[in-house]
Design a protein around this ligand. Structure first.
Ligand code: GLN
Length: 304
């Protein structure tokens, strides 16, 4: 039996000794108001047991982690037709990079860089009756938790400073890869990114990706094949230009966000979420990555 409790304690000790915690994202001004000393981990085994340390119940801005939920919801509406408008290749570039998008005629490399997530947002705006509230309902349903909500201040703050995302959306529009108005699609995208969840809620929400498409609440589900494909995209594209490094160090599919959260999973075994708001130069949680590296090493569990 693996002593998960002990492993999380050891991770907590290592992290608390670390002096360089990275830097909090400030390009979305409202995100800068977070204490860099926050640190939490939540582990949820597919068999049902849960383990936690630190601020695992405190909500934070999940930002790009939300791109996994929007992809899952879009796939459950149109599945394979998505891939006529998007690719599934790692970009090797920062999440907000634009030049590849122009070179590749408005087809984003994958759904987890910003331009790709904006195409997914466009699909959801077309498909959903009340896009923002339907998306929120979906996340609440797969998590089994109605307390989850958007942070309207964060959404507004990103809207006021989101010049690069406006540029990406306009470029997509010029290549005919955006059906709705730029403002409407970005309003949806900024709200989806502003969702606030705790590590504990994130592990519950991601349970369906570790459990072959069936979520904890057993209501919404993906097919086995959809869950497999989303995990593959998390592995190859979940960490932007650090996807290779994450696979090398941690060896799990996962997704990060500039709020400092990371969720990773081992299919059929567990989901683990980490939150430490300080980021490395590539926009991924510095101590979060370190903690997950230590976790898969000590537990001797990864997909490899
Ligand atoms: N909302 C953020 C943005 O579009 C998400 C970025 C991220 O978490 N990597 O810039």
């Amino acid at each position: 039996m693996i002593d998960y409790h002990n492993i999380l304690e050891r991770i907590n000790q290592t992290v608390s000794k670390e002096k360089d915690k990275g830097k909090i994202a400030s390009y979305i001004p409202e995100l800068a108001n977070v204490d860099i000393n926050n640190f939490g981990v939540h582990l949820h085994l597919v068999s049902g047991k849960e383990y936690a340390i630190g601020n695992s119940e405190q909500k934070f801005s999940i930002q790009s982690i939300s791109k996994v939920f929007s992809l899952a919801l879009a796939m459950s509406h149109i599945d394979t037709a998505i891939w006529e408008r998007l690719d599934v290749e790692p970009s090797g570039n920062p999440f907000n990079h634009l030049s590849l998008l122009e070179l590749e005629n408005g087809i984003p490399r994958n759904p987890f860089i910003n331009s790709g997530a904006i195409v997914i947002a466009d699909i959801l705006v077309s498909k959903l009756k009340n896009p923002k509230s339907d998306f929120l309902d979906y996340v609440r349903e797969i998590t089994g938790d109605n307390s989850i909500d958007y942070n309207y201040k964060v959404a507004q703050s990103e809207k006021e400073t989101g010049y690069t995302n406006y540029a990406a959306a306009n470029l997509l529009k010029s290549f005919n890869n955006l059906n709705n108005d730029v403002d409407v699609v970005l309003d949806f995208y900024f709200h989806q990114c502003s969702l606030e969840m705790s590590c504990s809620q994130l592990t519950k929400a991601f349970y369906l990706f570790a459990n072959q498409g069936e979520c904890l609440a057993r209501k919404s589900r993906l097919t086995k094949s959809q869950a497999k494909r989303i995990n593959a995209i998390m592995l190859t594209c979940g960490f932007y230009d650090e996807a290779g490094e994450f696979a090398f160090e941690v060896g799990l599919p996962g997704k990060s966000g500039v709020g400092g959260g990371i969720v990773a999973l081992l299919p059929n075994e567990f989901v683990i979420s980490v939150w430490s708001p300080g980021l490395n130069e590539r926009g991924n949680s510095k101590l979060g990555m370190q903690a997950l590296e230590q976790f898969t090493t000590l537990a001797n569990q990864s997909i490899f």
